[in-house]
Ligand binder design. Structure first.
Ligand code: CS2
Ligand code: MG
Length: 403
């Protein structure tokens, strides 16, 4: 089998998605997600102008060599744009391989280690009362795990909180980023009160997760982790910006609250110290941004040695193709923790028809070959790209801080 063509498509059913499609002389094609929220066109160019032509004539089964060709062969390695481009190609090749062998990708990753995949979704309220309502509605739907975020008294609009009646989408349309105001002291005073009310209303069985979204210093994160210990969180996510991996030692010294990090990582080199020094409990690297299934299965294997479980990023700003790939990895690896699942709007689900399904807190795969998903190319003309940016954040004195 030989690759005969490779193309990249951008469609925007409510938000932008970038899709790679690789065609072969056997008529089988593979799909990959190359979406990088707020920087989509950079990945499109990296693919269109530098990578896709190099695929023509290659054997699509050669996933390892093709990955190395684009990673080591690039000279300029790593970074979110590069690795999202490589990740989409790699995902498409695994999809192709499964289809050609008429087997689901998970069978190429070790087969099923479980029959269902625990997932969590987001409960975002503008205040505690609205957050409690959102959690109750999700518990009603059967979720066993919920990420809980709420507005902070005294702060107008912060990360993770949707406008009333709207689902949360962080990227805002426009030709420059929106600016949000942040105050750590207010946030640190608020979160323990929020979690106390969550536990009062929902008890101890519900898995509760929280995302600090890179905003604290290590000692602030240590304080928060310690103050949240009575509420037994499933995880505290991205407590600090993780360029400084050794900064997590300071958090670890002070708290047993489990830590989850990695959605902004794109290679093992971003997190190998976090894993080997057991500074985290869950690894959030996702298949698209992490360079594909080829490196993700290696990261999962290293993590397994150090008791770190996989908790792939699965926000709605990655396409259903990436979610499908995360599910094939998640059902296969032994050290699976949980899968983020925000779901997608109806139009996106129509454009990306898929086999995975949600039922009462778990996601399920079928034995459909490949990743079990397709892509409607006509969506490109119907829903063209719309420029959008992730917001940025400033402290009340105007200092630029982590969003
Ligand atoms: C968040 C994401 O889902 C999460 O854990 O950190 O919503 C993140 O803010 C977005 O993916 C950014 O595009
Ligand atoms: Mg996050």
């Amino acid at each position: 089998m030989k690759i005969t063509d490779a193309r990249v498509f951008v469609c925007s059913p409510g938000r932008n998605f970038v899709t790679v499609k690789i065609y072969t002389d056997a008529g089988v094609y593979g799909l990959g997600d190359a979406t990088l929220n707020g920087r989509e066109l950079a990945v499109v160019s990296y693919l269109q102008d530098h990578l896709l032509a190099c695929l023509i004539g290659r054997d699509p089964f050669d996933t390892e060599d093709i990955w190395q060709y684009f990673y080591k062969g690039a000279y300029w390695r790593r970074g979110p744009v590069t690795m999202a481009a490589i990740g989409a190609i790699d995902m498409a090749l695994w999809d192709l391989k499964g289809k050609a062998l008429n087997t689901p990708v998970y069978n190429l990753l070790g087969g099923k280690s479980r029959h269902q995949i625990l997932c969590y979704t987001h409960a975002n309220g503008r205040d505690v009362a609205e957050t409690l309502e959102k959690v109750a509605a999700l518990v009603e739907k059967g979720y066993q795990a919920v990420r809980v975020q709420s507005g902070v008294p005294g702060l107008e609009n912060i990360y993770g909180i949707a406008e009333k009646g709207r689902s949360y989408e962080p990227a805002l349309r426009g030709n420059r980023p929106a600016e949000e105001v942040w105050d750590t002291a207010k946030y640190l005073r608020h979160v323990p009160k929020l979690m106390a009310q969550i536990r009062d209303q929902f008890g101890e069985d519900l898995h509760v997760l929280h995302d600090s979204h890179h905003r604290l210093t290590p000692i602030e994160a240590a304080r928060l982790g310690k103050e949240l210990e009575p509420f037994h969180l499933f995880w505290l996510e991205d407590p600090v910006a993780a360029e400084l991996q050794e900064g997590f030692q300071l958090i670890r010294q002070h708290t047993t609250t489990p830590l989850a990090v990695g959605e902004v990582f794109n290679t093992i080199f971003d997190c190998h110290q976090l894993i080997t020094h057991q500074l985290i409990d869950y690894l959030r690297v996702t298949v698209s941004h992490g360079g594909g299934l080829t490196p993700l299965k290696k990261m999962a294997a290293l993590a397994e040695v150090y008791h770190v479980k996989m908790g792939c990023h699965g926000a709605s700003d990655m396409s259903p193709i990436c979610l499908a790939a995360c599910l094939h990895l998640g059902i296969a690896v032994n050290n699976f923790g949980i899968q983020e699942y925000m779901g997608h709007n109806d139009l996106a689900n129509e454009i990306f028809p898929h086999e995975y399904r949600f039922e009462r807190g778990f996601l399920y795969l079928t034995d459909a070959p490949g990743l079990g998903i397709d892509f409607d190319e006509s969506s490109v003309s119907s829903y063209p790209y719309q420029q959008a940016y992730l917001p940025l954040s400033r402290l009340t004195d105007g200092t630029l801080s982590n969003w």
